[in-house]
Design a protein around this ligand. Sequence first.
Ligand SMILES: Cc1cc2nc3c(=O)[nH]c(=O)nc-3n(C[C@H](O)[C@H](O)[C@H](O)COP(=O)(O)OP(=O)(O)OC[C@H]3O[C@@H](n4cnc5c(N)ncnc54)[C@H](O)[C@@H]3O)c2cc1C
Length: 327
Amino acid sequence: MLIDLYREANLPPISTEVCIVGAGAAGLLLARRLLAAGVEVAILESGGADFETDSAGLNEGSSAGHPYYPLEDSRLRFFGGTTAIWGGRVARLDAIDFERRPWIAHSGWPFGAEELADYYRQAEAQFEVAGPLPTAQALAEQGLVFPEFDSAQLALGFWKFDDKFDRFTHKNSRDLKDHPRCRIILHATVSDIVPRQNGRAIDHLVIKNLHGQTAVVRARQFVLAAGGLENPRLLLASRSVMPMGVGNDHDQVGRYFMEHPHARGGRVISNRSWRLLDLFARRHDYEGTPIAALIRPSDALQRRGQIIHHRRPASPRRPSVLGHEAL
Ligand SMILES: Cc1cc2nc3c(=O)[nH]c(=O)nc-3n(C[C@H](O)[C@H](O)[C@H](O)COP(=O)(O)OP(=O)(O)OC[C@H]3O[C@@H](n4cnc5c(N)ncnc54)[C@H](O)[C@@H]3O)c2cc1C
């Protein structure tokens, strides 16, 4: 069932088994899994079915520290969330990303890559890109012969791509809208998470529509799927019972924010530019999945050079100073 609170004068109280905040990739995939397991679900989405200036404005804010994208431009606030503009890259972290590396402050996860392997497999299946990444040998058999890198320096990496750009749109979510145990509530912005007085469980959420009308949502369980910035923002803004914000007794909510910064760097000078561009600057098909090849620093180089892991796609440039054709 679809309920739109945009024009409602009196918002109805809502109660459900599991309440999911946010109808992005995380919220919608979770809703489908819960519905398949027989659970009743309500999805609260702050925006409408498509982009609207009013709803998008709720993403505005300021950020401190390292320069960052304007907050209203880096995510989307409507059904389907930020996947409406994402690149569709479905990539795993590598084993070294989980390791404690003394040259990187705060590095080291409490578990290794293997812990996530099964979750990655399940997520990849949802994006229809299941199966292992290709090897250089498998690609050579289909005519894509990659250069052999010195493993003390460089390694070959791959990204898979989900090509279904409208996977999470409103139009393609008929199954959720028609499901008898699913309610999708649009223009329902969660503005407060209210814990019980003992702080050990959530009592209810407060939602607001764009006209400022409010209602209460009760559920057996609540899931925050409002995105990597809005989840902590909401927890920190919810101070009606816990003055530090919900779950923030140790002042850790919102810390260790991770992004993937972009930089232009590195140059490959070659008399085989077309060959390299053919390999590294376009997508290939591998067993029905679109992939792109990348150059990455080998684990050995990262340790030796005390550098951070990164991936280098290639694109053509012609630096005038060199007079060479370069990548
Ligand atoms: C230009 C761009 C390209 C990208 N390319 C890639 C890529 O190639 N590969 C990749 O893996 N990632 C990529 N990303 C990142 C990726 O899009 C996000 O990580 C992903 O969409 C996060 O999904 P999510 O469901 O957690 O959050 P979102 O997609 O942000 O969804 C959150 C939902 O919650 C709603 N919401 C927010 N606050 C509230 C509230 N208070 N109450 C109710 N609802 C609320 C929002 O309206 C939204 O619908 C890209 C991002 C951008 C901006």
